[in-house]
Write a protein that binds this ligand. Structure first.
Ligand code: PMP
Ligand code: GLN
Length: 388
């Protein structure tokens, strides 16, 4: 077996969800909402299963979905996209990431990765023959520093993988930081693979800015979205990929031999969803923002130090001051003894350099949050907090 994959542990998301199932714990680990998602979107997909065409759809995606993606990104992010040459549908953002890395990297190419990073990036980069160059985002604001980029980018840099809004940190990067990254991409002639799956989950009036929209980036960016996140249907695995025609040509060659297509009924549902009124998107954002506020207040009441979340489904706490050695010990104790599953943020690092943060998914109904917070109050003394 190829050791890059064979030697990997099981992904933390499956480990914690498995523990939550086995221990009957409340699962605030893996990121998924506990409401069923918009009924009209699900109904459009269901109708397509029952009454539609269930054979292979076109390799690049159904034309109506590609058109809906182009229109949607024009409407919300000001991008001007040709649905026929610049848009592709994949089976989840994960396929899009794997395909993009396969398509872009040649063995020995360097790829800049920001830590903490979504756990799929590093093995996919390595399996494609890439050599990772890490940049550590600087807590507590998780900023990119110019001197760190100077160290990471060089003549061998082929690509950078950039996640905005950021999982697990919940940061929404603003124009100034994007300009800094774009400057390095242009200077070193680098392709930016932008994981923007959380693009609609931005709070407090923030606006998601796609890196692709910055000067010099239009021709060198692969923008990746995920319908699962936009419609609270995380199991759907429909990826939305956008790139200039010359880049898209390579991406499509990877896609044609990874999955080739994505279930047509789900594509119909997503096409319907992307064309929904603005009010769906703003209400969805407000609902998750209210969940964030409610859960953040609850965590603070328990006594935890909360690192504010600007977007995504996630909020992290800093456990550095607690009476516990590290995030993995915290997460294991919390799920096994108190019945709440979380994600230790060290799972998002290649090396053990930061073990002080734990991620919670707040995208849950009030009663789920309340039950979890009650358990966290009970757990507080075990971590050196006074509790209720
Ligand atoms: N990238 C990030 C940052 C994510 O958080 C996730 C999933 N939650 C993905 C990619 C994968 O998206 P998908 O389920 O569409 O494959
Ligand atoms: N993106 C989800 C999260 O961060 C998990 C996806 C997965 O389980 N692979 O929780």
């Amino acid at each position: 077996m190829n050791p890059i994959l064979a030697d990997l542990p099981t992904t933390i998301f499956d480990v914690m969800s498995g523990l939550a199932r086995d221990l009957n714990a409340i699962n605030l680990g893996q990121g998924f909402p506990d409401d069923p998602g918009p009924e009209d979107v699900r109904r459009a997909a269901a109708d397509a299963v029952l009454n539609g065409y269930n054979q292979y759809p076109p390799m690049m995606g159904l034309p109506e979905l590609r058109q809906a993606i182009a229109t949607h990104y024009g409407r919300f992010q000001g991008l001007d996209l040709d649905p026929m040459t610049e848009v592709m549908v994949t089976s989840g953002a994960t396929e899009a990431l794997a395909g993009a890395l396969m398509a872009v990297i040649e063995p020995g190419d360097e790829v800049v990765l920001f830590q903490p990073m979504y756990d799929a990036y590093l093995p996919l980069v390595q399996r494609a023959g890439g050599v990772p160059k890490f940049v550590n985002l600087r807590p507590p604001a998780w900023t990119m520093a110019r001197e760190d980029l100077e160290r990471a980018f060089g003549s061998k840099t082929k690509a950078v993988v950039f996640n905005n809004p950021h999982n697990p940190c919940g940061v929404v990067y603003e124009r100034e930081q994007l300009e800094l990254l774009a400057e390095f991409c242009v200077k070193h002639d680098v392709i930016a693979i932008c994981d923007e799956v959380w693009e609609h989950l931005v709070f407090d009036g923030r606006k998601h800015i796609p890196l692709m929209s910055l000067p010099g980036m239009r021709e060198r960016t692969v923008k990746i979205g995920s319908a699962g996140k936009i419609f609270s249907l995380t199991g759907w695995k429909v990826g939305l990929v956008v790139a200039a025609p010359a880049v898209m040509k390579g991406l499509s060659k990877a896609h044609q031999f990874i999955t080739f297509t994505t279930p047509p009924n789900l594509q119909i549902g997503v096409a319907h969803g992307l064309m929904k009124d603005d009010v769906y998107f703003s209400t969805m954002r407000q609902t998750f923002q209210a969940s964030r506020d409610r859960f953040t207040a609850g965590l603070k009441e328990v006594g935890f130090t909360v690192i504010p979340s600007q977007g995504t489904y996630f909020v992290t706490i800093d456990i550095g001051e607690l009476a516990i050695s590290d995030d993995v010990t915290f997460a294991q104790k919390l799920v096994r003894e108190f019945g709440v599953a979380t994600i230790p943020v060290s799972a998002f690092y290649a090396e053990n350099i930061y073990r002080n943060a734990v991620r919670f998914c707040f995208a849950k109904k009030d009663e789920t949050q309340d039950r979890a917070l009650e358990r966290l109050h009970k757990a507080a003394p075990a971590f050196g907090l006074s509790g209720k």
